[in-house]
Design a protein around this ligand. Structure first.
Ligand code: SF4
Length: 422
């Protein structure tokens, strides 16, 4: 197996592709192997088996990516073939790398078996599987956001199937207008939009994103309808057309539990799976523990006799309190796990979290690439040296800093610098 390596460098590198299971990426702590469970769901047996594989072949820690994939870290290259064989047995690996790349479909985590979101995602996945001529960029992805309320507008996706009650539309990322579709034609329209993207030169040299193309030339002429907004439930402050930001707690489908920095210890994943409840991955650094216990490929509708999986002693790595300050911080892998990182990130983020005013978001990044949060944050600390951070206000990790060369010790000693204008 030839493994792409992310070289160490002073400047962040843009690779234009993401690791998969069949095409892992070498990082500072071994291979990163990304798993895309069908419909973003792990049965309880799969969760326990993946946890065991992470301990045997990786470093015993797993990440949930911002596109709701599960990422195993620290995998030794010589173990990769055995890991893939085991994942294949579990039904968690595609036939080949091309199929894995195409099946980049994110579905709203609150789907129920046989509902519109589930049917649309199943149709889209099936059509992508047979579209062997469709060679899309490695990061190119689809979102099925067709519940009653839009939830995935803040999540990276190039082609979106969005619902608004009875209405359904296909929208190119970055476009305000959309194409009205029926349920039967939505998946095919999404594939047609992907082909249009390629035909318009959206991916020169195999790289490119839809919003860049839309910014250059706008959407196809047939996309001329107003995109759906979606009703907002009572008590929620999100404006019409906005996106709800879920927080830990009970939902109609199950219980959302957050993970510090989107990371879960294998032992905690195994313990959750051991309760018999299936788990869903979300793009919000949270797991959804299904309300009803089952180990079938699809959720049951009957209620379960199993106890609440979260009623026992707290499991390491889970955040159950929606007011926990750790929910206000975002930090990438940092050093030493990422070869491009100038400094460790997560310990600093954890230590600074209690000093953040409510509602303030802090992003700590190991370099200016800002992969953990490619958007503006209220405050960003970006490592520029082994113990040097630039401070950026209301900007992305690559924006101009307000302060430079702050040490981690200085930040810990005077955390008010984060929110105090100077
Ligand atoms: S932002 Fe963090 S994870 Fe991304 S390349 Fe830089 S150091 Fe690595």
């Amino acid at each position: 197996m030839s493994v792409p390596v992310a070289p160490s460098s002073a400047d962040p590198k843009i690779y234009g592709w993401c690791p998969g299971a069949l095409r892992p990426m070498m990082s500072g702590d071994g291979l990163v192997v990304r798993i895309r469970p069908p419909f973003g769901r792990l049965t309880s047996d799969q969760a326990q088996a993946v946890a065991d594989l992470s301990t045997r072949f990786g470093n015993g820690m797993l990440d949930i990516s911002s596109r709701a994939n599960l990422q195993m870290r620290g995998v030794r290259p010589e173990d990769h073939p055995r890991l893939i064989a085991a994942l294949r047995t579990l039904g968690l690996v595609d036939q080949d790398h091309a199929a894995e790349t195409r099946r980049n479909v994110l579905i709203t985590p609150f789907w129920t078996a046989g509902d519109r979101s589930h049917r649309l995602a199943a149709d889209l996945v099936a059509r992508l599987a047979s579209a062997t001529d469709l060679v899309l960029p490695g990061k190119f992805g689809f979102a099925v956001d067709s519940g009653d309320v839009p939830l995935l507008r803040d999540v990276a996706a190039d082609i979106r199937i969005e619902g608004d009650g009875a209405n359904l539309m296909v929208r190119a990322d970055g476009a305000e207008a959309a194409l009205p579709v029926g349920e039967d034609s939505a998946a095919e329209a999404a594939l047609a939009l992907a082909r249009w993207f390629l035909a318009q030169g959206g991916a020169p040299e195999g790289r490119g994103r839809m919003h860049h193309l839309i910014a250059r030339r706008g959407p196809p002429p047939s996309h001329d309808a107003t995109a759906p907004g979606g009703p907002v439930p009572p008590g929620n402050t999100v404006p019409p057309g906005g996106t709800l930001r879920p927080s830990p707690g009970r939902t109609a489908v199950g219980t959302l539990v957050a993970l510090e920095f989107g990371q879960i210890p294998a032992a905690t994943l195994a313990a959750l799976g051991g309760t018999g409840h299936a788990l869903r991955l979300t793009p919000w650094r949270m797991l959804l523990v299904e309300a009803t216990a089952c180990d079938s490929p699809l959720p049951r509708t009957a209620s379960s006799q199993l106890p609440d999986p979260l009623s026992g002693p707290p499991l390491p790595g889970l955040i159950l309190d929606a007011t926990d300050p750790r929910l206000q911080v975002i930090a990438c892998t940092g050093a030493p796990g990422c070869l491009q990182a100038h400094a460790p990130t997560r310990a600093l983020a954890r230590d600074l979290a209690p000093y953040l005013p409510p509602g303030t978001q802090l992003h700590v990044s190991g370099c200016a690439k800002g992969c953990a949060h490619p958007k503006p944050a209220d405050v960003a600390l970006v490592a520029t040296g082994r113990d040097r951070f630039d401070l950026i206000r209301n900007g992305r990790a690559d924006a101009s800093p307000a302060l430079t060369s702050l040490s981690a010790a200085a930040l810990r000693a005077a955390p008010d610098v984060l929110t105090k204008d100077r």
